[in-house]
Design a protein around this ligand. Structure first.
Ligand code: F0G
Length: 470
């Protein structure tokens, strides 16, 4: 097989190559380190990439959260910040942008996604209620649990198999939802928690047909559907590419239609919305809005700033408009696909189909000789950093945490290391360097030893846990 080239790979969408729909106006130098320096930095960080100093990192693929490059228009927007305590003009700009692009009626700003998750969980979940979701996300599930909810996974089984090629692995299994309704009664379901795309499944999308069918099922029982809209633009792109009847629709049209089947949304604007900080809640129900508007004052700030500066809201309003542009999203996801296809070409095990925001290395397949309690995905993240200063993130047993009832680890089927691509930050040449580093670590896999956890925080342990080499 000949080496894939940017040209052949660009044709994945039936046209000529994509290229970034922007040019670079300002640059930030990258740190280049020696293996010795990295060995030391990694030990000091307890083999946890979250505890590395950013200045010790070469290509930072820890997350796509808050790491986007803002446009010149967004930077200019910062100068238009109206820093009034109440009624900032930027809030009304933001409100109008969300209403236009996502279609919900009432908007509450928050400092980031988990601020929004906190408020909505507290506002609607009654103790003991079930919260069915298309796979969990770390902060989302924790806020649901802290509010007294019980999370239940209702994603289709295919999502738990990294090799399954289902085009919409984020889909909700309607039979699983029906079974929960039959067993517990609709009144004991807080809401269905739907994410588009599903981060922990590998950035996998949910189809329009599936959300429509879920809406019909929920309408029969009066159950609400709330959307985690964090990466909804990428989900819309996959619908456009893969679902019949949507090839000619714009991302904007697809997003509007999808959101119309849901009752409310929360957002980490640090992703799709192309800002370094920010989040929001958007709902259609006035009473819920009143409750959220009340809670935001307690936990985040007044309902017209929600923990943000006026300038942050201006940058977000502009980012929302840019994020729904078809050329933007095509090159954003195109870059992720480019990296993934290079790795596949070399036979490296990754979650397929390739998702929207990241490549997920299948650490179980990488290191079949390691037990899950030897933290294969954490080990892989550490090895990748050591090899080349590339920072990735564990998304396996460490991220899954412990069952609050039994105290034992959750043992997720997926044991993954995530290479997350920030938006508008790195070039295709960076992707080549990343692919070569992964290959080097893959070639050395047989002699790699696992880790043991020597410090474990109580909540969201993956952020601050420490490890040692076995
Ligand atoms: N929902 C999803 C799907 C997310 O991916 C995140 C954050 C949140 C909610 C919470 O938002 O960080 O603004 O408080 N994900 C980041 C990540 C941290 O790296 O995947 P937040």
């Amino acid at each position: 097989m000949s080496e894939p080239t940017p040209k052949t790979m660009g044709q994945q969408f039936g046209r000529r190559s994509w290229a970034e729909p922007w040019k670079i106006k300002m640059v930030e130098p990258l740190a280049v380190t020696t293996r010795e320096q990295r060995e030391k930095a990694l030990q000091e960080a307890g083999y946890n990439t979250f505890l590395l100093k950013s200045e010790d990192v070469y290509i930072d693929l820890l997350t796509d959260s808050g790491t986007s490059a803002m446009s010149d228009r967004q930077w200019a927007g910062l100068m238009l910040g109206d820093e009034a305590y109440a009624g900032s003009r930027n809030f009304y700009r933001l409100e109008a942008a969300i209403q236009k692009v996502y279609g919900y009626k009432y908007i509450v700003p928050t400092h980031q996604g988990r601020g929004a998750e906190h408020l909505i969980s507290q506002a609607v979940i009654k103790k003991g209620q079930i919260v069915p979701g298309n796979m969990y996300f770390t902060t989302t599930r924790l806020h649901q649990e802290l509010a007294g909810g019980i999370f239940q996974d209702v994603i289709i089984d295919e999502a738990h198999d990294p090799a399954n090629l289902h085009p919409f692995k984020g889909n909700v299994d309607l039979d699983k939802v029906q079974a929960i309704i039959d067993k517990h009664g609709a009144e004991n379901i807080a809401y269905i928690s739907v994410a588009g795309t599903v981060n922990m499944a590998g950035g996998q999308p949910i189809s329009m047909a599936n959300i429509k069918a879920l809406r019909a099922l929920c309408d029969r029982y009066g159950v609400k559907i709330y959307l985690d809209a964090t990466r909804m633009m990428e989900n819309a792109f996959f619908i456009q590419q893969r679902e019949e009847g949507y090839a000619e629709k714009s991302i904007a049209e697809i997003v509007r239609e999808f959101c119309s089947y849901t009752d409310a949304a929360w957002m980490s604007a640090k992703k799709d919305n192309l800002v370094n900080i920010g989040g929001w809640l958007a709902v259609n129900d006035w009473e819920l809005f009143e409750e959220l508007r009340n809670l935001v004052v307690v936990y985040e700030g007044l309902h017209t700033y929600g923990g943000l500066a006026g300038r942050d809201m201006e940058a977000m309003a502009i980012g929302i408009e840019e994020s729904v542009d078809d050329q933007h999203i095509r090159s954003r996801v195109g870059q992720v696909l480019y990296l993934g296809e290079l790795l596949l070409h070399w036979g490296i095990p990754i979650v397929q189909p390739i998702g929207g925001h990241a490549i997920f290395l299948d650490a179980k397949a990488f290191y079949p000789h390691l037990k899950q309690v030897e933290f294969p995905a954490q080990t892989l993240a550490a090895e990748l950093y050591l090899d080349s200063g590339i920072r990735s993130m564990e998304r396996g047993i460490v991220s899954a945490g412990r069952d609050p009832k039994t105290g034992d680890h959750y043992y997720p089927k997926l044991e993954l290391t995530r290479l997350t691509i920030p938006r508008r930050v790195y070039t295709q040449a960076h992707m080549d360097v990343v692919a070569e580093a992964v290959k080097a670590v893959y070639d050395a896999r047989e002699s790699t030893r696992g880790l043991k956890m020597v410090y474990e925080p109580k909540y969201l342990r993956f952020f601050q846990a420490r490890f040692e080499r076995l």
